[in-house]
Each structure stands twice: as structure tokens, then as C-alpha cells.
Design a protein around this ligand. Structure first.
Ligand code: GLY
Length: 614
């Protein structure tokens, strides 16, 4: 049994903004469009079945896993094929990802998990976000002269490390939902670590990337240098890399539960890694030992005939995602729109939603966050009127003024913080119809580069997701660092339900720093609004409209056309390639699941069909 001594905040309330207008179904998009076709209403696409494996068992049913690495998906499918819960499968898969995809997430980092319980038809969320040390204060990233520490120094410093939350999240979610034996969930990760795993091209490319290598300290810190740069060369694709310390820790967690991570040797080793080297931090073993998972209310916004549910603050998901969808809906309804109009509506909805998210979202346990107000239909009705010209700058709205006549905008200064990609997303549905949407992270690529040799893992640099400049014109920003506070996240693990029946419709999410919000919203509009298949929605060009510039991915079908449309309309467009999305999507299509894995990464989506043994 896992250690269940973690303090747990239980406050479950499914808040829904309620059902909105019924859709008029039309227009089936069958083939991947060459430009982002944006039909106005949901259709029922002719979905091509995702690759599936038939497994003969006494159990029956279908299940699916989509994640960033095939070995993680295989670990999940093994659990699902033995009748495990989606939560069990997510734990097994993530333990593997922490080994084979260390650039993105791991047990030295954190995660948000959203769980759909098919029996009660309810959604529950787990906040496994990294937490600032007890001694942290708003000056965490200020130099002695009061100036703001530059990003690279902060990223590689011990100050960037928060107490990791991933293993505590595993334990809490398993205690609530687990069907598989906890001790069975770490076998694949242990075996791959003990025998060695094959290095993927993506891991190699990031290790070999000269710009990244110049900024990261991975190859001049002894433990990580030996592990990632044996003989001074980055691990090559196809190399077999073992990790005995990780294997031992997986075995210990399997036997002793999460206390194998949060008590004894590992917290001490984390403290040493944080305090060593240049710009040490002040996270203590005690900060790690007292880490507490938080179960938060699932928050669902209304979009057409759906409830769109994601993780509440400090995650941005439950605010920014329903805001984009709700604003989009209000911009296109009641007018004749062509596909260019719909593209501009998507962009403008993002610009308004990101402005609000940047201003208000932070750790709700430390500051007042109007996250329910921001998705109130009455606020969205008002906010959509703030739609502004392409060359203007977005400013935050004021839900206090709109909803109660009491302005709240000046409570906080305008935030300037940014975050970088180093994250992964898993979507899983089990044979009972339960689902998990989980996004996990170490923040930047390879986190803080601080290696915990005793456990064979890297520590996060999640605290750089705080505003490094805590005050703007003397006014504290909502996301300023503070003692035991959790930094704002863009991670948006999302589950969509039918608003009338609360049946599962879709599971989605992505890595990608603050672009996660735009990436995830794209798949939701693609499937729910534009009638696309899961894969078509993932394949759409990434279009991110935060701040004054619209970033448009041009290396994919429809990207250049979208960039040109927006430029002609007067937007400041930055054409980009090499997007960091890693969308993993599952859509319920009648009796089967349709999945999609982002071609920009290395993952897969596989459905298994269980048939009773003859
Ligand atoms: N570190 C990525 C995020 O939490 O948004």
C-alpha cells in the first residue's frame, strides 16, 4: 500500500457553467485539410480507427493510451489489459516517461491529473505542483542589488527547484481509484532502468543541441555528465542507457510506497543537489518530506453542448481553456463567418483569454484568484466586447467590475513571467470508461540540470514559472514567489463531458510552456466545433496569440496560409517552425476510441480491444 500520510485537502465540487445552445450538426471533414478548415459547427467525422491490439482475456471492453513514448504507452496498455484503472495506467506510464524522456518530466518534477470516474460521472483533479521552500519570499529571483536574475542563471540555479509532487500525486490518485496493485505499477520502469533503455532521436537531439548545451549545466555537473554525456559525447540514438539508481528507487517505491521518495535518503539527496554548485537554493529535506498533494475542485466551463473540465489554479487550464472556447463561440455566433473569420476569432479569443490569465492566475491558496468568475457566461458576454484591433495591445478585463460592480483589476500588477517547454502529456481511457488527462513537467528541458544520483533523476526548475520580477511599479503580481506557494502553470489537462449526460466525450492536453493553452484549445475547437478527427485537430498548425504577436507554425499544412491571412488582416505575425506541442488526444466515437499522437514528438496512441478467451 502506498504511504497515505500526506495531508490531503478534500474539497470536491463540480462547478459547471451549464449547458449552452444546442449545436446544429453539419459538414463532415473527412480528409486532413490543406488549410485549417474551420467549419462552423460540430460534425461527426468518419473517424479512422486508431491502431489497435486485440488481447484475449476474461475481461471485455476497449481501452486506449496516448503518450509521448511507445514504451510508456506499452506500460499503460499492460495495466489496462489486466483490468487496471486509467489512474493505474497513468502511473505506470509516467514512471517510464521519467526514465526515457527525462527532458520533459519525471519524479523530480510535478504534474496535474484530471480523472473522470465513469461510475459517478464526475471529475476530480489532483494538484501535484512543485512547491516553493518554506523560506522562499518574493525576492527569490532578485539579485543583491534588487535587479531580476537573468533567466538562464535562474533556470540553472538551486533556487529554481520546488519540492517535487509527482510521486505524491501517484499515491493519492491510486489510493482513491487504483484497481491494480500499487506494487505492480513500477515493474516496466524498473526493468527498463535495470536493463537499459534505447535512447530516442529526440533525447539525443536535445542533448546535442549546441545552444541548449551552452546554457544547461548538464555536462559540467559530474553525475549528469556521466549519465547523459558518456565519454563527453551526448547519448546517441539507439544507445542503451541503464540507470541502476532509478531501478532501485522504482523497486523501493513499489514496495514501500511514496515514503521511499519522501522520507530518508532521497529528501536529503535533493537538499544536497539544490545546495551544491553555483547559485544554490534553500529547499530543505524537510520541505520535501512535508510536501502535500492538493485535491482541488474540478472546474468545468460550458461550451456548446459540452462541459470542458480542467485543472484549477495554479493551473491555467480551467480558466484559459473555457475562456477561449466561450469567447470564440460568442465571436462567431449570429454572424456569417468564413474560415478566415473563424481563424481571426480563434486568435482574438486567445488574446483576450491570455491577457486575463496572465493577470489573475496564480496559486489560489495564496492569493485571491477569480477563476470561477472569469468563465461566468455573464463575464464572457462582457469580455467579448473588448475584442480589439489586430495592432492593439490586449489588456486584462475585470470580472469584479462586470459581475458585482467592484473592480479587482488593480489588486495585482501586470505579470511579465514566461515559461519554457519541458513537459509531457498522457491521455488514457480504461475498459470501464474511466479517463485520465495528466500533464507532467520538470519545466525547462532537463529541469534545473541538478541530478540526484541516489535516485537517478533530475530536479525540476519549476519555480521559474513564478514571476521572477515580483513587483511592477511597486505592486505585487499575483504570481510572485512566496513561502510554500506553487507557481502558476500553463498545463491544461482537459476532459470534456456531454453537458446533458455527463458521458465522456474527449481527453486532451499538451506540453509546450505557455503555448500549451493554445495547443490544447486548437484540438478542442478542431474536434468539437470544426468536425475534425482527433489526428486532424492535432495536425492543424499551431497558432499562439499571447501578447502583441501571433506565432504561427508554418512548416505544416495550412500554416503559411494562416500566417498570410493574419498578416493581411493586420496582425503582427511571427512565423515559426519546430513547435513543441506534444498533444495526446482521445475522442469517444460510439463504441470505440479514436486517438491521436502529435507527430511533432515520438509518441503513439493505441486502442486495445479485450475479447473473452474462447
Ligand atoms: N512548466 C510548464 C507549466 O507548468 O506550464
Amino acid at each position: 500500500m502506498p504511504d497515505s500520510t500526506f495531508k490531503r485537502t478534500l474539497q470536491y465540487l463540480l462547478a459547471s457553467a451549464g449547458a449552452l445552445a444546442l449545436c446544429a450538426c453539419a459538414n463532415v471533414a473527412e480528409d486532413a485539410p490543406t488549410t485549417p478548415e474551420m467549419p462552423q459547427r460540430i460534425a461527426t467525422p468518419t473517424a479512422k480507427p486508431t491502431p489497435e491490439q486485440i488481447i484475449g482475456k476474461t475481461l471485455t471492453g476497449r481501452a486506449m493510451a496516448a503518450a509521448a513514448d511507445s514504451r510508456a504507452v506499452d506500460a499503460a496498455l499492460k495495466v489496462l489489459g489486466n483490468g487496471g484503472h486509467a489512474v493505474d495506467a497513468a502511473i505506470a506510464a509516467h514512471a517510464v516517461l521519467g526514465l526515457v524522456e527525462p527532458q520533459s518530466s519525471g519524479i523530480g518534477g510535478g504534474a496535474f491529473m484530471v480523472v473522470y470516474d465513469a461510475t459517478t460521472k464526475t471529475v476530480k483533479t489532483y494538484d501535484g505542483r512543485e512547491t516553493a521552500p518554506l523560506v522562499a519570499h518574493e525576492g527569490l529571483f532578485l539579485n543583491k542589488d534588487g535587479s531580476t536574475m537573468d533567466y538562464v542563471t535562474a533556470w540553472q540555479s538551486g533556487r529554481s527547484v520546488g519540492a517535487p509532487g509527482a510521486v505524491a500525486l501517484y499515491a493519492a490518485a491510486h489510493e482513491d481509484f487504483g484497481k491494480a496493485k500499487w506494487s505492480d505499477l513500477f515493474a516496466d520502469a524498473e526493468k527498463l532502468a535495470r536493463n537499459g533503455f534505447e535512447v530516442t532521436p529526440r533525447l539525443h537531439e536535445l542533448l546535442a543541441n549546441e545552444r541548449l548545451r551552452a546554457a544547461m549545466r548538464l555536462d559540467d555537473r559530474p553525475g549528469s555528465a556521466n549519465y547523459f554525456y558518456p565519454k563527453d559525447l551526448p547519448l546517441q540514438p539507439g544507445d542503451i542507457r541503464d540507470n541502476p539508481a532509478y531501478a532501485d528507487l522504482m523497486a523501493a517505491i513499489a514496495t514501500d510506497g511514496a515514503s521511499a521518495f519522501y522520507k530518508g535518503l532521497i529528501p536529503q539527496a535533493i537538499e544536497s543537489a539544490v545546495r551544491s554548485g553555483e547559485v544554490p537554493g534553500r529547499l530543505t529535506a524537510d520541505d520535501v518530506e512535508t510536501y502535500a498533494i492538493v485535491e482541488r475542485d474540478a472546474i468545468c466551463g460550458g461550451f456548446r453542448t459540452y462541459k470542458v473540465c480542467s485543472a484549477p489554479p495554479p493551473s491555467s487550464g480551467s480558466t484559459a481553456i473555457p475562456m477561449i472556447l466561450g469567447l470564440y463561440e460568442r465571436m462567431v455566433d449570429g454572424t456569417e463567418t468564413n474560415k478566415d473569420d473563424r481563424l481571426k476569432a480563434f486568435v482574438d479569443a486567445q488574446r483576450l483569454a491570455y491577457a486575463d490569465r496572465d493577470h489573475y492566475i496564480a496559486d489560489q491558496d495564496h492569493v485571491m484568484v477569480p477563476y470561477k468568475e472569469l468563465i461566468e457566461p455573464e463575464y464572457l458576454d462582457a469580455r467579448v466586447k473588448d475584442r480589439f484591433a489586430p495592432d492593439e495591445t490586449a489588456t486584462a478585463g475585470d470580472p469584479g467590475a462586470v459581475l458585482s460592480g467592484k473592480p479587482i483589476i488593480d489588486m495585482w500588477g501586470r505579470d511579465t513571467s514566461d515559461d519554457k517547454p519541458g513537459t509531457t502529456h498522457l491521455s488514457i481511457v480504461d475498459i470501464y470508461g474511466n479517463a485520465v488527462s495528466m500533464t507532467a513537467t520538470v519545466e525547462s528541458a532537463f529541469g534545473s540540470s541538478r541530478w540526484v544520483a541516489e535516485g537517478g533523476f533530475l530536479l525540476n526548475n519549476e519555480l521559474t514559472d513564478f514571476a521572477r520580477t515580483p513587483r511592477i511599479n511597486g505592486k505585487l503580481v499575483a504570481n510572485a514567489p512566496s513561502s510554500l506557494k506553487r507557481p502558476r502553470s500553463s498545463m491544461s489537462p482537459t476532459i470534456v463531458l456531454d453537458a446533458d449526460t455527463d458521458e465522456l466525450v474527449m481527453v486532451t492536453g499538451s506540453p509546450g510552456g505557455n503555448s500549451i493553452i493554445a495547443y490544447t484549445a486548437k484540438t478542442l475547437l478542431g474536434v468539437l466545433e470544426w468536425g475534425m478527427s482527433a489526428q486532424q485537430s492535432v495536425d492543424l498548425p499551431n497558432i499562439i496569440a499571447r501578447g502583441d504577436t501571433v506565432n504561427v507554425e508554418i512548416g505544416v499544412d495550412g500554416g503559411q496560409a494562416s500566417a498570410d491571412t493574419l498578416k493581411t488582416a493586420g496582425y503582427s505575425v511571427k512565423e515559426r517552425e519546430g513547435e513543441n506541442s506534444g498533444l495526446h488526444v482521445i475522442v469517444v466515437r460510439g463504441e470505440h476510441y479514436e486517438g491521436a499522437a502529435d507527430k511533432r514528438r515520438e509518441g503513439k496512441a493505441v486502442e486495445i480491444v479485450m475479447t473473452p478467451a474462447e
